[in-house]
Design a protein around this ligand. Sequence first.
Ligand code: HEM
Length: 337
Amino acid sequence: MRAYHWMVLVLMLCFGVPLQAAEDPQSGPIMVPNPAADLWRAVRQRGDQPVPARSQVQGLDSSELINVNGQRFREYRRERFIRIAGYTLAGTFLLILLFHAIHGGLDHERTGRRIPRFELPDRVAHWLLASIFLFLALTGLTLLFGRFVLIPWLGAEAFSPIASASKEGHNLFGPLFIVALGWVFLRFVSRNLPSRGDLVWLLRGGGLLGNSHPPAGFFNAGEKIWFWLLILGGLALILSGLLLDFPFLAPSRDGEILALVVHGLAAILLIAFMFGHVYVGTIGVKGSLDSMTEGHVDEGWARSHHSLWYEEVKGLAEPEADREDEQLKTGLAEEAK
Ligand code: HEM
């Protein structure tokens, strides 16, 4: 017999194992208590006087045989977090649909003259961050909801390679998020500092309350809130993610559990806000997407949604046709060379 078997035997003798089945005359079925329950209670060092343990292994929490918080976290994740996350994401999506059905998207007068808005590095930084974020969101949600949504649908065998690929992809691409978020921070931070008009913009619900658009600079208060949420939430995701990728950095196993809780909450919050951001950037405010795809916006869009910025840059507006003619001329001149 090995030392471990002796230990189990001694513990079983010390703590006694109730081997008789207990009958419950009310409910009918025979209740059989788990014969090893007392043993595991002892191993778990639980009770009024926790049993101290000693271990030859000198490592983090190595003398804590079973981490009770690990089990608590498992229950919280299965019974609460997955449900809250599902309701939050589905609820946000449905609210946006409802809002759009009632309110419709915001439109603006088209002048046919356009104003430059984002330089190429701004757009590359934005789409790099957006693609990495979407990839991490998709793989993370697959890991979170897979067991409940994908296994009943696809079966465990088909889900297994999807889960492995999601896990590896999530771990590998996570660190790239740091680079992309840092780049977006550097490119956009100066235009996202609070300014005097922000409060007025917020109080007027960004134009939803009342009939006219409140004035706004380059970014309005709503965009600034999204930016700072993304930076702070992103930092929480990065720090907790690094602790999960490199567990030896965590101060204790409880630290790891805290990292899992923070990572999940920050991810769900940001994904829900991202739904709103994508809505506003596409059908919610018509004409916005041009700024991130082509780099310029219609003069009417700038005047309606960012009137203070428009006053600064209106001199740069040029007719679309002129621009195209100019591009054509430059192209022809280059070809002639
Ligand atoms: C995939 C769909 C997406 C679309 C269609 C989209 C669209 C846009 C548009 C049109 C703008 C410019 C708004 C303006 O001109 O004022 C913008 C800005 C921005 N987007 Fe996105 N976006 C997407 C995804 C994302 C994601 C996933 C993130 C980050 C996780 C992100 C972060 C940002 C940031 C930080 C800005 C600048 C706003 C600010 O600094 O306040 N976008 N987006």
